[in-house]
Design a protein around this ligand. Structure first.
Ligand code: GDP
Length: 444
């Protein structure tokens, strides 16, 4: 089971919070040590673990109680969200060239699965409707060229090769020319790996990179190597400049350290992951799904999310009470409209207020549009007029004055007054209060 050990290690932490009422500095101390240990055992690098634990602790201590959610569940959610952040948050998509072929240069040490990734990537891109070509620029292992040809045949993708006597940068350039002639969408270049980083490999990679001006330079790293993978990504990025990493062998008993550390340590995202030896086993790296797998608690996560949603609903109810208890004059009108405008879409806020969803969205959307017009009119009202909208309902002369002073039409003023009374009525109806409730006809 992938991340099995990490998942089990973290479970120790949650279990220690059973029976606790609220997360506190004291009661999270021991669980946080368990989390720290679990991450270190998963081979996440120490500085990353330190920052992570600190961040989670701060949030846990500051977290308010969510009704119906146990503190251990709350901590699971905090850890999840921070894991997602740690892994870069959003999925980092492959970039394609705006014109001409997209060139993807693959680098990596020997045995990490680079040649396999070349073919897997072509297979993956073909499914996205892109035509691909593989270029064999690993001139030190004739077997690697043969391997690429065999894989290319298997997935029906052309392989460009010139044997082992031509310089890799030349092969790469010729391959790209060939691809242009054939209007190929994506060229994937396999380069030579070594058992360890050495200068000649880096120099050669630099040369190939310079010859190609690639859209993506991806370092293939083996998940089994844990934090070493993150260190490699850093080194390659500093030496040749890369756009991201592909993490292979995430199936099996990978401890997870690489998946968790690469972004944080190197600043470069993991773009794709290999999860098996078949051509199908390459997929985009989704930080949220990965965090979900680490925790193995999808149900808890969605439950906490729902509870948080309910909390937001309760905030909305609070807002509703405020609106309704106000006697609601033009001052409130202005205040509410401004507040609502600040909160973003009026319709969205209204949608959150129970019972109001069906009654007012159209009207309020209109109000949102007319905010400036309304403000201009309310601004020229006297304090009495603002506090007693009836004065305006009763006097056409007052409405006319407001129209003149605000530069609006009398009809617009009348509409504003009518709107206010309509809102009062709606609010009273919603409250179930029987007093009042009629819209006064505007007298002349
Ligand atoms: P290269 O030296 O980097 O080109 O590595 P290869 O592509 O030849 O792969 C080395 C070995 O790793 C091969 O036996 C592959 O089948 C295997 N391999 C590659 N990717 C994965 C993966 O995602 N999962 C597993 N389990 N094996 C993989």
């Amino acid at each position: 089971e992938m991340f099995g050990q990490l998942t089990t290690g973290l479970e120790t932490a949650w279990n220690k919070l059973r029976g606790v009422d609220v997360l506190s500095k004291e009661n999270i101390a021991e669980p946080m040590r368990d989390i720290r240990r679990a991450l270190l055992e998963a081979d996440v690098s120490l500085p990353v673990v330190r920052r992570f634990v600190q961040s989670v602790s701060d949030q846990a201590v500051g977290a308010g109680v969510i009704r119906g959610v146990r503190p251990d569940q709350q901590l699971v959610k905090i850890v999840h969200d921070d894991l997602v952040k740690l892994m870069g948050g959003e999925v980092s998509e492959l970039v394609f060239a705006k014109s001409g072929p997209t060139v993807i240069l693959l680098a990596g040490l020997q045995g990490v699965g680079k040649t396999t990734v070349c073919a897997k990537l072509a297979f993956y891109l073909k499914k996205l409707g892109k035509s691909c070509m593989l270029v064999a620029a690993d001139v030190y292992r004739p077997a690697a060229i043969d391997q690429l040809k065999i894989l290319g045949e298997k997935i029906d993708v052309p392989v460009y090769a010139e044997g082992v006597d031509v310089k890799p940068a030349e092969i790469a350039k010729h391959g790209l020319e060939e691809a242009k002639k054939k209007s190929i969408n994506v060229v994937i270049v396999d380069t030579a790996g070594r058992l360890q980083i050495d200068k000649s490999m880096m120099d050669e990679l630099k040369e190939v990179k310079q010859a190609l001006n690639p859209t993506e330079v991806l370092l293939v790293v083996d998940a089994m190597t844990g934090q070493e993978a993150a260190a490699l990504v850093t080194t390659f990025n500093i030496e040749i400049g890369i756009t991201g990493a592909i993490l292979t062998k995430l199936d099996g008993d990978s401890r997870g350290g690489a998946a968790l550390s690469v972004k944080e340590v190197s600043g470069k995202p993991i773009k794709l992951v290999g999860r098996g030896e078949r051509m199908e086993d390459l997929e985009p790296f989704y930080p949220d799904r990965m965090a979900g797998r680490v925790l193995g608690m999808g149900d808890v996560l969605s439950f906490v999310e729902k509870a948080q949603e309910v909390m937001r609903q309760e905030d909305a109810e609070e807002l509703q009470k405020k609106i309704m208890s106000a006697k609601f004059d033009f001052n409130d009108f202005l205040k509410q409209t401004r507040a609502v405008a600040q909160m973003g879409s009026v319709s969205r806020v209204i949608g959150m207020i129970p019972g109001m969803g069906k009654v007012t969205p159209a009207q309020i959307r209109e109000a949102e549009k007319n905010l400036n017009i309304m403000e201009a009119m309310i601004n020229v009202m006297t304090p009495e007029e603002r506090e007693q909208p009836e004065l305006l309902a009763e006097s056409a002369a007052r409405r006319k004055r407001i129209a003149t002073e605000s530069g609006k039409t009398e009809q617009q003023v009348s509409q504003l007054v009518a709107q206010l009374f309509q809102m009062r009525v709606r609010m009273k109806n919603l409250l179930g209060v029987m007093q009042g409730g009629s819209i006064p006809a505007l007298s002349n």
